[in-house]
Design a protein around this ligand. Sequence first.
Ligand code: ZN
Length: 429
Amino acid sequence: MARFMPEIKTTEELAALQLEGLKWTVNHAYHGSDFYRKKLDAAGIKPEDIKSLADLPRLPMTMAHELQGDYPFPLRAVSHDRIVRIHASSGTTGKRKVFCYTAKDLEDWTYFFARCYEMAGLTVEDRVQIAVGYGLWTAGTGFQAGCERYGAMAIPIGPGNVDLQCEFLVDFQTTVLCCTASMGLLLAERVEAEKLRDKINLKKVIFGSERSSQAMRDRIKVLLGVEHLFDIPGMTELYGPGTGLDCLKHEGIHYWADYYILEIIDPETFQPVPEGETGEMVVTTLRKEAAPLIRYRTRDLTRLIPQLCSCGSVLPMHGPLLGRTDDMIIFRAVNIYPGQIDHVLSRVAGVGSEYQIHLERKDDGKDYMTVAVERAKQGDPADDGNLIKAVSTGIKKQAMVSADVRIVNYGDLPRSERKSKRVFDHRPD
Ligand code: ZN
């Protein structure tokens, strides 16, 4: 029996719920936050102007850099006495981004995180090894609170320490593992090397916060002997991880449209992309109190899946995250997302999951791209010529550019417990 799914059953009911949430959010933000009131006043919009969901594009967008100006409590729309916790995202430049939560915000987050476990088909008998970061970072605490609310058993081990992870997999007979894909690969390779496969009881892996190629996923799935891999999206601005999950059908990532509205825009023109096409995710929260989001540009790239899932859920789906708009490479005037290279490699048999993209400018003044790809573990070097042809043809088709492809030995490219760096731009600025 569904315990954490929305009670609404139709898209019409969902739209009505979203409109109610949108009106509430704009009104709440306008009256509670100086930042939003100034922004809405400048755009000439009053809360009562929002009469239908079609009014959403009239609202001004919120940019990531605007949050840093309001340090340390950007977007705050409630008084300080109502704030019960903060989290922060790791800022690569300047100050980190800090977000505050009311008790209700944490309650909402815990509830829809429990929904993730329900979506993944867990039972209260499951044992969930939470191998993601704790602390200011939202990940660990979100995974744990949701797990406990759902009623499964949480094993809050945190990230890293592959030896201890393996020991726990065996000793506690963990059935669900939550980690980054990079960590998943490290663990899977260790399980194979130590011949632990028959001693562990893993059924499902939930990947957070990192894009992963099909080849990498296939390898993890085989080595760990698991039935299902899931992708859990999430960002600190939008509560944290757990804002959606693919169901057992794996037709896309169901997202919690009863908590936020997702728009997909062209990152260059800011206009909505045609239905089903890739663009930047823009989110508007429907119930968030302490730091509501109004048309927040996430810089994450994905697409909306136009049809509903065959599982029958009313919750719509988006596609896999294809990277960040910041990761977009401009090469010979063509926009390329690393996710496109993942996509190509996942369709070529004989290559491994690891790759690197190198960009350089040669003496002729032109830019050149080299893609280094690992041969599959059992691959034969004699076959490299065919692999090079298949990968470069794939890149040409998918990204409309020519790349020099180099095949390297299995294990030659570095592994990481966190996110692996894949793009190396050696070109002068
Ligand atoms: Zn589904």
